[in-house]
Every structure is written in structure tokens, then in C-alpha cells.
Ligand binder design. Sequence first.
Ligand code: BES
Ligand code: MN
Ligand code: MN
Length: 460
Amino acid sequence: MAARDAIKQYLKENARRFEEELCQLLRIPSVSTDPQYAGEVERAAQWLAEHFRSLGLDAQVHPTKGHPIVVARSPRVPEAPTVLVYGHYDVQPPDPLELWDSPPFEPTRRDGDLYARGATDDKGQMFTHVKAAEAWLKTTGSLPVNLIFLIEGEEEVGSAHLDPFLEEHQEELRCDCVVISDMCQFGPGQPAITYGLRGIVYYELRLQGPNRDLHSGTFGGAVTNPANVLVRLLASLVDEHGKVQVPGFYDDVKPISAEERQRLAMLPFSEEAFFQQLGVEGGSGERGFTTLERCWARPSFDINGLSAGYQGEGAKTIIPAQASAKFSFRLVPNQDPAKITAALEPFLREQLPPGVTMELKSYHGAKGVLVNDEHPYVKAAAEAISEAFGTAPVFIREGGSIPVVSTFQERFGVPVLLLGWGQNDDNTHSPNEKISLSDFHQGTRASAFLLEEIARLGSV
Ligand code: BES
Ligand code: MN
Ligand code: MN
């Protein structure tokens, strides 16, 4: 326990510096989806590697066909288990810029929160583990476990180059468990351990009509309007209750067990507060399921972007030549993204009237996952979180997706601990993204304690 006291002390004394260092990383606009930022993405990778080296870790920036992957290793501790911390240093685009109260890449403290793009997703959450490692190294001179940091730069664009990298480096990356902090607590003051994530499959649908925009008076009624067709096609994908209409879509969906439904129903969840903070009076979705079940354990369909025709001031009477949409399905464990694409394409094509052609492009896919929530390391995590946050974690699923989790489970066959330090109102992917500084520091403490708990258990 002496080590633990020294660590607590160290974390307290250095809290402000940790925040400053996080701000340095947050100032780098590592937007992975936009090629214009490629240099900045690279700079973030180099910053991280340099930071790991300054702590005495051996760090490398591995180039890929996309953005680089940073791998850092702590000095070897024989006999001790190996923990792999996964995170991502890339961020979503900051747009729309005018809605930020302070610039997205000028981290700003307000009311105990730190605002910046990437503050919670995932630079801030990932960094807690870096600082936990530092606390061990600077107070005791060594870590209780072997640590591998695997921090990628393409999570927000689907992690396309990560699987091949993991395959190639599987031996060096062998570990006893994976720890990921890239999700949320259940609420303020209520930490959580996540045991399920949804998957995703994302598409862009482009419709081409006449060879130019046309006068809708001269041609309307006889020439097929791609925008009209687009809305019909999109509407055909779900019924009014959000039930997906693609043939076979639910074939592989496992029902939620009665026991799990009961557990989810016992979480202290306020429907009213949930919708109120979003500025809506209520929601809608699949019949027979609660809001939490809809978000966490049932698939969903969402249009993510729509464009066609005249969008400027006033009216313009045209039949647009093109129309396009981006949309995605969130998937639950056991659903296969490839199978869904195979059913979707003909379902859409069969509905096309003469006069339009379509192109369906599929972007990233990720499988939904359920992780073992009874592994001894999960109990260790619960202990560490209870001590660091002063409250025992609840067990939750979440609706977001992290593509690599299924790879860690399937290829590495190791337990994955999903320990989110964020909050649902952190504005992930939105303007004014933030992390609560107390969550950041408590997460750092929990991480430091967790390493000791895992070391105590050894390789199991
Ligand atoms: N950190 C999120 C995933 C997440 C969000 C997990 C909320 C749990 C709760 C991650 O950075 C993310 O945004 N993932 C993408 C996946 C994708 C681009 C393949 C997502 O969920 O949209
Ligand atoms: Mn993330
Ligand atoms: Mn994200």
C-alpha cells in the first residue's frame, strides 16, 4: 500500500502539469478523415512517441498506408503480466466551427471541464493511462506489469490499416489483456464498465439522373427526379418504428435475454432527463424496447448526410441531376457487415425506376462485440475504479463502435477491458467537445490502481 500512497501523492502533485501536457497534444489538429491534415496527424504521432520516450518507454512510429501507428513499451518486468493499452490520437473534424465557444484546437478550461476536439475522444481518455504509467515509473522506478501502448491514427475512419498491422506484429504484441478507455461512464459520479459495443456499417448512395439540372416545369412529371428516388429508397430502409426493412437484416440478431433486460432496467436511468438534455420532448424507435435497449442492444439505421438540388437562398425550380446520401446501420454482436451489404445492394437496385442509375459505396465496417464481464481482470478493474472514483462501477453496454475490439477478442483471444472515463454530454464528434478534469484525474488514478490489481492476479 505504500506504493499506492506515493502514487496518489504523485498524481495530486502533478495534476496540473498532466493537464498542460494533454493541452499540447490537443493543440495538434490530427483530423484523420481530411487529407489536408495529414501532416498534423503525423505530428501528433511523433509528439506521442517523443512523450513516451521522455518517460523511459521504448516508442516507435510505424508508418502504414494510411496514418501511422504509435507503439510504446515499458522496460521489461519478467514474470509480470502484459497489459496492452489501445487508444487513438486521431480526431473527428471540428466543423461546424462557428458553434464552438472557444476554438477547437485551443484547449480551454471552463467550469472544471477542458474543451477541445479530442478532449474526451480519445486523446484525454487515452492519456490517463500514459500518466498512470508515469506515476509508477517516477515513484517506484518500475511498473508492476509490462505495458504496451498501441495508439492509432485511423480509428475515426474505420481503422483500415490496423488489422494488417496486428497480424504482422502479433508476436510482439502478445498480451494478457487489452485496456481501452474510449467510451463513457453511465453518468456524472457513476463510473461504468462497458461489456458491449455496437458495430457499424456505413454507406454512400449516389443517384444519377439526367445529364444536367432541368427546369422542373418543362420536364417535371416525366423525367425521373433522383432526389425523389433517393428519399423513397432511404424511406424504404426502415418502417416508421425504425425497424430495418433490408431482407434478412435481423436474421443474426440475438434477442436480449430476460436476465439482461432486467439488469438494464435496474440502471438509474431517467428517460426524461435523457431527452431533455438533447432539447427534444421524447424519442422514437423499435417497439417493445426501452431507450437503453434501443441504443445499446438493438441495431439501428441513421441517415448521416443528405444532398441534392438547390440549397441556396430562395427558390429554384429544378430537377437536380444528382442526389446522394450517407447512411449507416449500427449492428449488434453476431451481425455481419458483409452480409448486410450483400442484401442491401439488390434491395435498393430493385426499386430503381427507369431514368436513374445508382452507385453504392461501402465505407468502414465494424462488428458489434460483447466482452467477458466475469474475467478476474474485470473484477480487478471494478476494484480499481471503486477506489479511484469512490463509487462502484455499473455494468453497461454502449451504442458506439470501436472496430479493433473484435480483432483483439478473435485474433488475440484475450479479455478486453472497456473502461470509459467520458460522459454522454462530453459532445463527442460535436462542437464544444470536452472532458471533465475530475474524470480525467480519477481515470488516471483508476488506471494506476488497475495495473497493481492486474499484477497481483498475474497471468490468468
Ligand atoms: N470512441 C468512439 C466509440 C464510442 C462512442 C464508444 C461512444 C462508446 C460510446 C469512437 O471514436 C468512434 O467514434 N467510433 C466510430 C466508429 C467508426 C468510425 C468505425 C463510431 O462509433 O461512429
Ligand atoms: Mn474514440
Ligand atoms: Mn470517435
